[in-house]
Design a protein around this ligand. Structure first.
Ligand SMILES: Cc1cc2nc3c(=O)[nH]c(=O)nc-3n(C[C@H](O)[C@H](O)[C@H](O)COP(=O)(O)OP(=O)(O)OC[C@H]3O[C@@H](n4cnc5c(N)ncnc54)[C@H](O)[C@@H]3O)c2cc1C
Length: 453
């Protein structure tokens, strides 16, 4: 055991410090499918907020960089460490500290999985709406650090909309509380929402106060198939202009649908160009009214409308990413977002960009929010394909900015999109980012090289 691991063992206990081969599961995240792999001298697993703060304190005293890690499902390489950096895994902070269903709120440690929070809410007639895909593995701390969204963010907002308070370990090793169980607090600057989405570069989230709402009486999914991208995107516009506010309005393009068609919970028509997955929810009578209007909005131009069971549909939707990987053994997926009126152009451009780089492209995403998982299918063992996909991804970022959107609508900048902020923000805004980072982390030891770099 080296000196770093020995000192950290004194804080958390030797059995909670991993070194050598034992660190293997803590040096990659979901970007491993595109060949991203880190390395570390030590993984430290604190068992309490106080221990997490002490770990940060030790790192600050000894000038050692620290990489916070939740469930490792990130798609931007945010939790991937570089040599010489210590990984701080939050999985031992897995306690539900308090759950008050009658007040629609919970106080949980950072390592509680998203799926656990969903179950807790559901079993008590409540809903915790943020629903990023890998919920059984991702942690609420990771969801907060990435402001994770998901299909239902369209109506309900991303994770940050459901957090009323945070406990955070900040440099040089102190615990602070920002907000709490109260749902309204305008006393200071909105530090809470500065920390939300900060990707582990400003502090280590150790606990959160979450709000929930009563679960809607009925949730009804409708799947609409269109022969072309243009026809499908016209239906997205129509849904909004009918005044509908669906809980979810996702799309899957024809190529991505074909990759997962075998598992679709129904019999799909041949040759769909775009598929819309829509969910309406609310009291039963209201959903009936919405359903009538939805059929009027989605019907024109569609080749079929389906109503699969909600759980089956969203389970199938969760499997899209894996189905795309299975086509050639790998993929590079980027999560740009564009104003919704440019969605059709962006979907078409993904395939055109891919073609220019000798790759096959496809996309799916949250149509209502303009979030597009532009995907390049490839064999991840072939370096030239990975390099072509990186080039293609850069073109995709330029497209997003040109259309008035963003280089990342969901997954964050992390390691993979390092430097991409400069494509989107002017220098004075970048300078503000750097100053905020320096204020929270004067030594630059919190997840260095990520987000603001
Ligand atoms: C199949 C699949 C589907 C997905 N679908 C969606 C989706 O629909 N929407 C979406 O937004 N994302 C989605 N994601 C991405 C991912 O699940 C989210 O980004 C998630 O919030 C990451 O949580 P995690 O606990 O796994 O974090 P990690 O991957 O471990 O870390 C992510 C970032 O957060 C930081 N971090 C983690 N925990 C803490 C903490 N306690 N304190 C401070 N910083 C911390 C890390 O340093 C890193 O920068 C998907 C991923 C997969 C694999």
């Amino acid at each position: 055991m080296g000196p770093v691991a020995r000192d950290l063992s004194a804080i958390v206990g030797a059995e909670h410090v991993l070194t050598g081969a034992a660190t293997r599961d803590h040096v990659t995240d979901a970007t491993v499918s595109r060949g991203v792999r880190g390395s570390t001298d030590a993984v430290v697993l604190p068992g309490s907020a106080a221990e997490a703060a002490a770990v940060l304190g030790w790192c600050y005293e000894h000038d050692v960089a620290l990489v916070p890690r939740g469930g490792g499902t990130g798609l931007a390489g945010g939790a991937v460490p570089a040599e010489g950096q210590v990984v701080c895994g939050l999985e031992r902070l897995g306690r539900v500290i308090a759950f008050e269903p009658e007040r629609w709120r919970a106080h949980v440690e950072a390592g509680v999985t998203t799926g656990t929070i969903h179950r807790l809410a559901r079993e008590n007639g409540l809903m915790f709406p943020p629903d990023p895909g890998a919920a059984e593995q991702s942690q609420i701390g990771g969801n907060i650090a990435t402001d994770a969204g998901g299909p239902h963010a369209l109506k309900y907002g991303a994770t940050g909309a459901w957090v009323t308070g945070l406990e955070v370990a900040i440099a040089p090793g102190e615990l602070i509380r920002v907000g709490g169980p109260a749902t309204k607090d305008v006393a200071g600057y909105d530090l809470l929402h500065l920390l939300v989405g900060s990707e582990g570069t400003l502090g280590l989230v150790t606990a959160a106060w979450l709000r929930m709402i009563p679960a809607p009486e009925v949730a009804l999914p409708v799947v609409a198939f269109y022969p072309t991208v243009a026809a499908g995107c016209a239906a997205v516009d129509a849904a909004f202009s009918f005044g509908l506010h669906p809980a979810a309005l996702d799309f899957v393009d024809g190529r991505a649908f074909a990759a997962a068609a075998g598992a679709y919970p129904g019999t799909p028509p041949d040759g769909a160009g775009l598929v819309l997955l829509v969910e309406i929810d609310g009291p039963r009578e209201d959903v009936e009214r919405q359903r009538t209007e939805l059929y009027e909005a989605l019907g024109p131009g569609s080749s079929r409308l389906d109503e699969p069971p909600p759980a089956d549909l969203w389970r199938w939707r969760d499997g899209l990413s894996g189905a795309a990987v299975a086509v050639r053994g790998g993929k590079v997926s980027e999560d740009i977002a564009v104003p919704v009126e440019h969605l059709a152009e962006a979907i078409d451009e993904v395939r055109a960009i891919a073609g220019r780089h000798g790759l096959e492209g496809c996309s799916w995403g949250h149509a209502g929010d303009g979030v597009l998982h532009g995907t390049f299918l490839l064999d991840s063992s072939r370096q030239e394909q990975l390099a072509a996909a990186d080039e293609a991804a850069r073109e995709l970022f330029d497209l997003a900015v040109r259309l008035g959107g963003t280089v990342t609508g969901e997954h964050g900048i992390g390691l993979l999109k390092r430097g991409a902020l400069a494509r989107q923000w002017p220098e004075p805004a970048l300078a503000l980012h750097r100053q905020i980072k320096a204020l929270f982390d004067p030594k630059g030891l919190l997840n260095p090289g990520k987000k603001v770099a």
